[in-house]
Design a binder for this molecule. Structure first.
Ligand SMILES: [Zn+2]
Length: 156
Protein backbone atom coordinates (compact mmCIF):
# COMPACT_ATOMS: atom_id res chain seq x y z
CA UNK A 1 0.00 0.00 0.00
CA UNK A 2 1.23 3.51 -0.75
CA UNK A 3 1.12 6.36 1.76
CA UNK A 4 -1.92 7.91 0.10
CA UNK A 5 -3.76 4.60 -0.07
CA UNK A 6 -3.14 4.00 3.61
CA UNK A 7 -4.36 7.50 4.50
CA UNK A 8 -7.48 6.98 2.36
CA UNK A 9 -8.17 3.65 4.00
CA UNK A 10 -7.95 5.18 7.49
CA UNK A 11 -10.25 8.02 6.42
CA UNK A 12 -12.79 5.60 5.00
CA UNK A 13 -12.74 3.41 8.09
CA UNK A 14 -13.28 6.40 10.41
CA UNK A 15 -15.98 7.83 8.16
CA UNK A 16 -17.93 4.60 7.88
CA UNK A 17 -17.96 3.85 11.59
CA UNK A 18 -20.84 4.81 13.83
CA UNK A 19 -20.94 8.15 15.63
CA UNK A 20 -18.04 8.15 18.06
CA UNK A 21 -16.46 5.06 16.51
CA UNK A 22 -17.22 1.33 16.50
CA UNK A 23 -15.44 -1.99 16.95
CA UNK A 24 -13.96 -1.88 13.43
CA UNK A 25 -12.47 1.53 14.12
CA UNK A 26 -11.12 0.34 17.48
CA UNK A 27 -9.33 -2.42 15.56
CA UNK A 28 -7.81 0.08 13.14
CA UNK A 29 -6.55 2.19 16.04
CA UNK A 30 -5.07 -0.74 17.91
CA UNK A 31 -3.41 -2.03 14.70
CA UNK A 32 -1.53 1.28 14.66
CA UNK A 33 -0.91 1.27 18.40
CA UNK A 34 -3.03 4.41 18.73
CA UNK A 35 -4.53 5.47 22.04
CA UNK A 36 -8.32 5.92 21.76
CA UNK A 37 -10.12 8.69 23.63
CA UNK A 38 -10.96 7.83 27.22
CA UNK A 39 -14.62 7.33 28.17
CA UNK A 40 -14.50 10.64 30.04
CA UNK A 41 -13.16 12.47 26.98
CA UNK A 42 -15.70 10.79 24.71
CA UNK A 43 -18.54 11.76 27.03
CA UNK A 44 -17.31 15.35 27.24
CA UNK A 45 -17.06 15.61 23.45
CA UNK A 46 -20.55 14.23 22.91
CA UNK A 47 -21.87 17.04 25.12
CA UNK A 48 -20.11 19.93 23.38
CA UNK A 49 -21.51 22.02 20.56
CA UNK A 50 -19.19 20.16 18.18
CA UNK A 51 -21.84 17.81 16.86
CA UNK A 52 -21.07 14.90 14.60
CA UNK A 53 -23.64 12.80 12.81
CA UNK A 54 -21.44 9.81 12.10
CA UNK A 55 -17.88 8.57 12.15
CA UNK A 56 -15.05 8.44 14.63
CA UNK A 57 -13.95 11.60 16.43
CA UNK A 58 -11.50 13.66 14.33
CA UNK A 59 -8.76 13.52 16.96
CA UNK A 60 -8.65 9.73 16.72
CA UNK A 61 -8.28 9.90 12.95
CA UNK A 62 -5.45 12.40 13.49
CA UNK A 63 -3.69 9.94 15.79
CA UNK A 64 -3.96 7.22 13.14
CA UNK A 65 -2.72 9.64 10.45
CA UNK A 66 0.27 10.45 12.67
CA UNK A 67 1.05 6.75 13.06
CA UNK A 68 0.86 6.28 9.27
CA UNK A 69 3.12 9.29 8.65
CA UNK A 70 5.73 7.78 10.97
CA UNK A 71 5.90 4.67 8.79
CA UNK A 72 6.95 6.51 5.63
CA UNK A 73 10.03 8.51 4.68
CA UNK A 74 9.59 12.25 5.09
CA UNK A 75 9.76 13.06 1.39
CA UNK A 76 6.54 11.09 0.86
CA UNK A 77 4.63 12.71 3.71
CA UNK A 78 5.89 16.30 3.57
CA UNK A 79 2.92 17.52 1.49
CA UNK A 80 0.40 16.21 4.00
CA UNK A 81 -1.28 19.10 5.85
CA UNK A 82 -2.56 17.51 9.04
CA UNK A 83 -4.83 20.30 10.28
CA UNK A 84 -6.39 20.72 6.85
CA UNK A 85 -6.94 16.97 6.43
CA UNK A 86 -8.55 16.61 9.85
CA UNK A 87 -10.76 19.64 9.21
CA UNK A 88 -11.77 18.19 5.85
CA UNK A 89 -12.87 15.03 7.65
CA UNK A 90 -14.83 17.02 10.22
CA UNK A 91 -16.67 18.87 7.43
CA UNK A 92 -17.90 15.49 6.19
CA UNK A 93 -19.20 14.19 9.52
CA UNK A 94 -20.79 17.34 10.94
CA UNK A 95 -24.53 17.98 10.60
CA UNK A 96 -25.85 19.95 7.65
CA UNK A 97 -26.41 23.56 8.74
CA UNK A 98 -30.19 23.09 8.42
CA UNK A 99 -30.07 20.59 11.25
CA UNK A 100 -28.06 22.79 13.59
CA UNK A 101 -31.14 24.15 15.39
CA UNK A 102 -32.44 20.69 16.14
CA UNK A 103 -29.12 19.73 17.63
CA UNK A 104 -28.92 22.96 19.59
CA UNK A 105 -32.37 22.43 21.08
CA UNK A 106 -31.40 18.93 22.07
CA UNK A 107 -28.17 20.10 23.61
CA UNK A 108 -29.50 21.57 26.83
CA UNK A 109 -26.25 20.68 28.53
CA UNK A 110 -24.41 22.88 26.07
CA UNK A 111 -26.82 25.78 26.72
CA UNK A 112 -26.29 25.50 30.45
CA UNK A 113 -22.57 25.39 29.89
CA UNK A 114 -22.58 28.55 27.75
CA UNK A 115 -24.78 30.43 30.23
CA UNK A 116 -22.39 29.52 32.98
CA UNK A 117 -19.54 30.88 30.92
CA UNK A 118 -21.36 34.12 30.18
CA UNK A 119 -22.23 34.81 33.79
CA UNK A 120 -18.68 34.14 34.82
CA UNK A 121 -17.53 36.45 31.99
CA UNK A 122 -14.99 33.92 30.97
CA UNK A 123 -13.23 34.18 27.70
CA UNK A 124 -13.47 30.75 26.17
CA UNK A 125 -10.47 29.57 24.29
CA UNK A 126 -11.46 28.02 20.98
CA UNK A 127 -9.51 25.93 18.55
CA UNK A 128 -8.19 27.88 15.57
CA UNK A 129 -8.56 24.83 13.37
CA UNK A 130 -12.06 23.53 14.10
CA UNK A 131 -13.59 26.09 16.46
CA UNK A 132 -14.16 23.71 19.38
CA UNK A 133 -14.23 25.37 22.79
CA UNK A 134 -11.66 24.26 25.32
CA UNK A 135 -13.43 22.46 28.15
CA UNK A 136 -12.34 24.26 31.26
CA UNK A 137 -13.00 21.39 33.59
CA UNK A 138 -10.42 19.27 31.80
CA UNK A 139 -6.72 19.89 31.38
CA UNK A 140 -5.24 19.53 27.92
CA UNK A 141 -3.07 21.51 25.49
CA UNK A 142 -4.19 20.07 22.17
CA UNK A 143 -7.78 20.45 20.99
CA UNK A 144 -9.75 17.49 22.34
CA UNK A 145 -11.90 17.44 19.22
CA UNK A 146 -9.45 17.69 16.32
CA UNK A 147 -6.06 17.45 18.06
CA UNK A 148 -4.72 20.77 16.77
CA UNK A 149 -2.41 22.78 19.04
CA UNK A 150 -4.43 25.15 21.22
CA UNK A 151 -1.40 26.99 22.42
CA UNK A 152 0.65 28.23 19.53
CA UNK A 153 4.35 27.56 20.02
CA UNK A 154 6.20 30.52 18.61
CA UNK A 155 9.16 29.58 16.47
CA UNK A 156 11.54 32.04 14.85
ZN1 LIG B 1 -9.88 21.66 17.11
Amino acid sequence: MSFNEEIDKAFSSAYHSERGGNAGWQDVMSSYGVQPLTEQEREALLNTEMKITRGAFPIELRRVYEAIINKYPQDQTAGFNMDAKVLEYYQKIKPFSGLTDIFQNAATGTAKYSQGLQSAKHKTMTCKNCGAPRLEEMQYDDCLFCGSKLFEVKEN
